[in-house]
Write a protein that binds this ligand. Sequence first.
Ligand code: DHB
Length: 395
Amino acid sequence: MSTRRHCLAAAAALACAIAAGGAVAQASKPPFKIGFILPMTGPFASTGKQIEAAVRLWMAQNGTVVAGRKVELLLRDDAGTADTTRRIAQEMVINDKVDVLAGFGLTPLALATAPIATQSKTPMVVTAAATSIITEQSPYIVRTSFTLPQVSVAIAEWAAKNKIRKVVTFVADYGPGLDAEKFFKSQFKLNGGEIVGEIRSPLRSPDFAPFLQRVADLKPDAVFAFLPSGQGTAFMKQFAERGLDKAGIRIIATGDVTDDDILNEMGDTAQGVVNSHHYSAAHPSPTNRKFVQAFEAANKFRPNFMAVAGYDGMRVIYKALEATKGQGGGDALLAAMKGQVFESPRGPVLIDAQTRDIVQDVYIRRVERVPAMGNQLFNVEFDVQKAVKDPAKLK
Ligand code: DHB
């Protein structure tokens, strides 16, 4: 081949390669990958079940192409074990090259993953775990669930104003339980209440009986309870079996205990339990009615607060991808997640730009049978604190 002919051929090949390359880049821009890590098996599987259902509902309603970019969902089960969460997160970042990590059903699982988010500059959207400090463990963490301090202060104020003088606190012995205990206690005491006992029960073996015997012996007006999602039924049953309700001891709680996922199984002991939380399936807004209806049609069970955080987590991710015009990128996505304001099924919410934590309304609710809703048990909202920021981050 002469030099001249070679050059022509080479130039054509180059031109072809550029043209083809352009076309290939358009057509095969890699999908935008969202890697959810959730407990799908083990004692906290209901959290995974609820969040997965909500994530799939979001995608069914909003499609799988955002700003021209195909969105792909990866979902893996960590069985609620932190070592597994960390290993899966590493695999997702290194092998799957996920654009966002999401999920985290329990505090230790979120804490185990935070360093990976920081090192790889991957946004980490926490849709469940609720210990206050989580968002401070990485500048790449954004939370759409809640914090225990955020919801524990409201019930402490309500109790003190409603003739409850002596309380025993009863919490699961780990991050969120200690947060609930601390913030309930200080607000209740500030409002003139007295703490007559503090009980911490192990997270993983929910045999509450011996602890409930101590509550009975302490004879408080009420027990204030925090237990993670899924454990409320055992607590209510054992409370009644020990005769604590008959002894006139009331239950007040965070809404984790009167979890919508299992509330109907709890029966009469749950009736009248006043609690505070950010989401009730009975929240009377048009946005929530539509959400609940679509969720139940797709899943044959009621959404709980885990589901709504998963749904909103997807919203935050989709809007961030849209804001980057489909480009993504850890820092650009994070910037677009900060400051998002929107109407959630729970009510109005804001992702606070400074703390990357959620600001939301906290409701006081009473568990009641609702005749208009099949006579089932619901958390019926009767009071609200608007736009509550995590009080642990106010200083
Ligand atoms: C956490 C888990 C829960 O199931 C819950 O209801 C609240 C907090 C947690 O581990 O952070």
